[in-house]
Write a protein that binds this ligand. Structure first.
Ligand code: COA
Length: 272
């Protein structure tokens, strides 16, 4: 089944009447998620730092018949986040679904990452997730419930060369996922995380293609690189009522790469 066919899996009106906010929704995985949510009936708000990217993405969402709103935002800045969240509630009257997708990354050994570089990544990935979650909680979800999905990384319990900043920040995101699920569960808010493996044609893969020896191009037990639709479909499940009893979990969506301990070559079964 190719990526193009993956979108017919769920009912088209799965999210009819809902409002979704996707940070970093102008490009890459976030943009795939924004389209998937919109194609299943949600009104979609996106935010990122670059207006040009947002305008381009909004035109494409519009062309796909998806009602869309956008604003620029550096999620490291709580005042900007609060402004954007208020704008979404004013525009669409709700925020039922939040996808904390915006993230920063660059591959570098820890000793070569400057203080400011480490702070930039933790600021975007962890503090940004905190800032947006808190603002959406206060502005809407605490009184109406909702679904939150944090986009994490498949690093839990591992040492990850060239990723000291991201791995530390995403460990924090995973922890925040569990804590928010527990604190906010009684208010009808479910919080989960997705840790994507290799997703083709994303900035992450472009940046890491050279750094990760032999691990791009679908080097996992399923034998292919994921598509943005593979992440988007898990988001759709997690924010739908089908997942009403699912909260506080981090789902690796990585073709079983993370549990493949020694990356041994396994021969396919022979005829005899
Ligand atoms: N290698 C080493 N250090 C880097 C770097 C790189 N490739 N890119 C940025 N930095 C450092 C900068 O040198 C700076 O530190 P300094 O002031 O000590 O020099 C610090 O990070 C902040 O950089 P700045 O240019 O002010 O950027 P920013 O705060 O706007 O954010 C990024 C920079 C890298 C976080 C951001 O541009 C980014 O993440 N872009 C990629 C998004 C992406 O790949 N997403 C997919 C994630 S898998």
């Amino acid at each position: 089944m190719g990526p193009g066919e993956l979108m017919g899996v769920f009912r088209e009106d799965l999210l009819a009447g809902r409002v979704a906010f996707v940070t970093g929704g102008a490009t890459g995985i976030g943009n795939g998620i924004a389209h998937a949510l919109g194609r299943h009936g949600a009104k979609v708000a996106i935010a990122s730092r670059k207006r040009e990217n947002l305008e381009h993405a909004a035109a494409a969402l519009d062309a796909a018949g998806i009602e869309c709103w956008f604003d620029t935002c550096d999620i490291r800045e709580p005042e900007q986040v609060e402004r954007v969240v208020a704008g979404i509630v004013e525009q669409f009257g709700a925020i039922d679904i939040l996808v904390n997708n915006a993230a920063g990354n660059f591959p570098a050994p820890m000793r070569k990452i400057s203080y400011n570089g480490f702070r930039a990544i933790v600021g975007i990935d962890l503090l940004g997730t905190y800032n947006v979650s808190k603002a959406v909680f206060e502005a809407w979800m605490k009184d109406h419930g909702g679904g939150v999905v944090n986009i994490s990384a498949p690093f839990e319990g591992m040492g990850v060369a060239l990723q000291s900043h991201v791995a530390a920040a995403k460990a924090g995101v995973d922890s925040l996922t569990r804590t928010c699920a527990v604190e906010w569960g009684p208010l009808g808010i479910r919080v989960n995380a997705i840790a994507p493996g290799e997703i083709a044609q994303t900035e992450g893969v472009a940046r890491f293609g050279d750094a990760v020896a032999g691990s791009t191009g679908g080097n996992n037990p399923l034998g292919f690189a994921g598509a943005t639709e593979d992440i988007a479909n898990v988001v759709l499940f997690l924010v739908s009522d089908a997942a009403r009893f699912v909260s506080g979990q981090v789902f690796c969506v990585d073709g079983a790469s993370g549990v493949d301990a020694f990356k041994m070559k396994v021969e396919p079964p022979s005829e005899d």
